[in-house]
Structures are given as C-alpha cells and as structure tokens.
Design a protein around this ligand. Sequence first.
Ligand SMILES: NC(=O)c1ccc[n+]([C@@H]2O[C@H](COP(=O)([O-])OP(=O)(O)OC[C@H]3O[C@@H](n4cnc5c(N)ncnc54)[C@H](O)[C@@H]3O)[C@@H](O)[C@H]2O)c1
Length: 258
Amino acid sequence: MQDLKGKIALVTGIANKRSIAYAIAQDFARYGVRLVIAYQPFGKDSEEQKIKKLTADFRPELLIPLDAASPKSILATIGQIKKKFGRMHVLVHSIAGAKREELAGRFVDTSLEGYLLAQQISAYSLIELTRAARPLMLEEGGSVMTLSYIGSMRVTTNYNVMGSAKAALEANVRYLAHDMGEENIRVNAISPGPVRTLSASGIKDFLFLLHQSRELSALKRNVTTDEIAHTASFLASSLSSGITGQVIFVDGGYNNYG
Ligand SMILES: NC(=O)c1ccc[n+]([C@@H]2O[C@H](COP(=O)([O-])OP(=O)(O)OC[C@H]3O[C@@H](n4cnc5c(N)ncnc54)[C@H](O)[C@@H]3O)[C@@H](O)[C@H]2O)c1
C-alpha cells in the first residue's frame, strides 16, 4: 500500500500493546504513515512517558493527551495537528467507554448517567473529532474510521449499554459519510470479532463471547489485532476509494450465523 507513505494519521485509543489501535499504528508505521498518537491521560503525567515508550518503534511525530469526554480537549488535539502539519489524511477513532456496572446484569436497569456517558465517549466523540478534523482533510481528501461491534445489532450478553452506543456509532458513520462524500472524505466502521483487550475485560463473561465467536464463525477461530489492522490500512489507502458509510466485519464470518 505505497500510497500510505507520507500520509498523516491521528490514531486514538492506544492503552497498551493489546489495544486494537496499537496494532493499527504498527501497521500504519510499516507503510510509512506519519503518526500522531492521542492517548487518554487518566489525569496522570506519567501516562505520556508510558505511551512514548510503548510507541517509540512507530516514531510518532506528535503525542497528544486526549479526553474524548471533553470538547475542549478534542479541539486542542486537532489544533495541535493543524499547527504542526496544516493537514491530515486519516483519523482512527478507537475509543469506547462505559461504567463497568452497566456491562453486566439487565439492560432494563441502565441508568441515564451511564447511558449518556457511553454515548458521549463511544459515539458522539466520533462526530466531534470528525468535525474538527474535516477542515484539515478538505484539500487532499481523507479517511475516517471507527471500531464497532456486532452487539450494535444483535443482543449480546452483558454488552448492554455499549450495544446502544455502537448502534448510534454505526448510524453516525452513515450520516457523516453522507455529509462529507462530496468532499472526498470517507467514513467507515470496522466491526471485529472479540479480542482480549483492556476494554473487553470490562464486559462480564467476555471469555464466553470469545468462545462463541470461535465456535460459530466460518473460520473456526478468533481474529487477531493484526487482521483488524490490515483492514484499517486498506481503509486508509486509496485501494478502498469506493467504500464509504460501511460497517466492515473482520470476524471470521461470525456475523453470518444465527
Ligand atoms: N476488544 C474487542 O473485543 C472489540 C471488539 C469490537 C470492537 N471493539 C472496539 O475497539 C475499540 C478499541 O478497544 P480495544 O478493544 O482496543 O480496547 P482498549 O481498552 O485497548 O482501547 C479502548 C481505548 O479507549 C480509550 N478511551 C476510553 N475513554 C476515553 C476517553 N474519555 N478519552 C480518550 N480515550 C478514551 C482508552 O484509553 C483505550 O485506549 C473500542 O471502540 C471497542 O469497543 C473492541
């Protein structure tokens, strides 16, 4: 994917080496993408050092703290990219958040506070980040991508409030794609099968989801973060130039089975 060389990409959502975003940044770096990494600061100065060490091999040109629950922080992140590069080509939104207690038990007990929090961090932040990034993509076109999950459309045990958030996220993808298609900015979602990450560990009985996905998928195995990352590189490149407003499954075919 030669045309990725020199493109400027903002990758969000790296918490550790297991993060899907880590594999995406690694793949992008392989293709010569110029990386900006935005990490959740967790209110700790030490977080920057941790992420710096974690991503050193990818030679990121900027490391920026980003709180997706803060409109100011989102604007500041894109503002730093504007100041340094004046443009960007790729936005990877790999952010999800919910209260742990909402990812267990009965969906009917979802609190308003928990519902709004999951929506803001996991779905609305895509709109805010895209709105801020759009002016920097207008000249050369852009590719925006986010990460969803099949719990958006099928009842998935304990996924609860995140199911609503992912359903909203996928609708956001379609509406954003519609808005910006004429500006040559594409917007898509990747919907991977389950992988063991920090976020996933917050879902009660997550191992059952892994097992079920392995047993019921066509490939009879779970997918790897590298496989998800290869799809992200495809979506970032011009090889996917005709694809927008889509949810692309990387789940070994699991979504075809009942
Ligand atoms: N792991 C899976 O099985 C799976 C399957 C399908 C989709 N996904 C999605 O993939 C994406 C990445 O998750 P992951 O599995 O790599 O887990 P992860 O925990 O490694 O990544 C989630 C990231 O979201 C970030 N985040 C949460 N709240 C934030 C905030 N307020 N501001 C900024 N960043 C914030 C965290 O810091 C973390 O880096 C999520 O959208 C998740 O729902 C995961």
